[in-house]
Write a protein that binds this ligand. Structure first.
Ligand SMILES: [Zn+2]
Length: 302
């Protein structure tokens, strides 16, 4: 891993300096598909980060892609004020999250846009976030995943994938890795928590990719009780080194200062259970060692 670095909003840091990490979350997000549920309050973002830091949290990866109100330019200040490393994202979500005319302007030049945001300034992104469709890949997903692969080859950036309802994991891996040549260990599958199919989890893990699970929330209530079992099954199958966990807070109500449980629950609620049930080594891999490897890259400019 010599020379690899995690690209934060304050600059590149050595993977071993990243520390306890919430590997998938949001401080700011806005979607045309979810009016009235914006995360756009900088004061609330600051409080949530402070609550996470108070429990030993040292890094948060914001998976909000291009054009969804991610407010990347405000992240350095939040990072300085809380001491929490922040990683920003470029990339593109499903079409429904955008105004059609806005999407049209960038659609033909996505890989160039991603590369500019990963390597240009003033605040650089440290990952590419893309999305699949429900139990399949539609034309939009294929177009965006191809652009992400191209930007990965140009920069070595990791690719994080929103799996719709946790589905289509194997289709995503096939397209990114087999068709477009992205090494599986540079791919992070997100939202597996939402579709706890142990066989598919294991097949995905066998490729070598990272598997990101979401923390509990009202949206995930139906599958929350499967989280520990899912993690345990993968750890028992020798995949503990590929597991990640994030809070994925996407609405104001889900924050710790509102209905919760928010970012701090990962450390105050889940970590002690993971330590107890799966052992301190697995917990440390999930919160420290794995995110350091998943988000570190040998950054290059095209
Ligand atoms: Zn998310």
């Amino acid at each position: 891993m010599t020379g690899a670095a995690v690209r934060t909003v304050l600059g590149d840091v050595a993977p071993e300096d990243l520390g306890v990490c919430d590997a998938h979350d949001h401080l700011f997000i806005r979607s045309a598909a979810l009016p009235g549920q914006e995360l756009d309050d900088a004061g609330a973002a600051l409080s949530e980060l402070r609550a996470f830091a108070a429990l030993g949290g040292r890094a948060v990866v914001q998976w909000t892609p291009w054009g969804m109100g991610r407010r990347t330019e405000e992240l350095p200040d939040l990072s300085r004020r809380t001491g929490v490393h922040l990683v920003a994202a470029t990339g593109l979500h499903q079409a429904k999250h955008y105004d059609e005319r806005v999407l049209e302007r960038v659609y033909g030049g996505l890989s160039g846009l991603f590369v500019r945001e990963l390597t240009g300034g003033p605040v650089r992104a440290g990952m590419i976030k893309v999305a699949g469709a429900y139990h399949r890949l539609d034309d939009h997903a294929r177009h965006v995943l191809a652009a992400a692969a191209e930007a990965h080859h140009a920069t070595d950036a990791p690719i994080g994938v929103h799996l719709e309802g946790g589905t289509a994991a194997l289709d995503v891996l096939h397209l990114l890795c087999d068709t477009h040549g992205v090494p599986a260990r540079r791919v992070i599958l997100g939202h597996l928590h939402r579709f706890p199919d142990a066989r598919i989890h294991r097949q995905a893990a066998e490729t070598g990719c990272f598997l990101a699970f979401d923390g509990p929330s009202r949206t995930h209530h139906g599958t929350d009780w499967r989280l520990l079992d899912s993690l345990a099954a993968l750890a028992e199958a020798s995949h503990a080194g590929q597991l990640l966990l994030g809070g994925d807070t996407v609405t104001p109500a889900a924050r710790s200062g509102a209905d919760g449980p928010g970012m701090p629950f990962l450390l105050g609620g889940l970590r002690p259970r993971i330590e107890r049930e799966l052992g301190p080594d697995v917990a440390s891999a999930i919160f420290i060692g794995n995110p350091a490897r998943a988000f570190a890259a040998h950054w290059r400019r095209p």
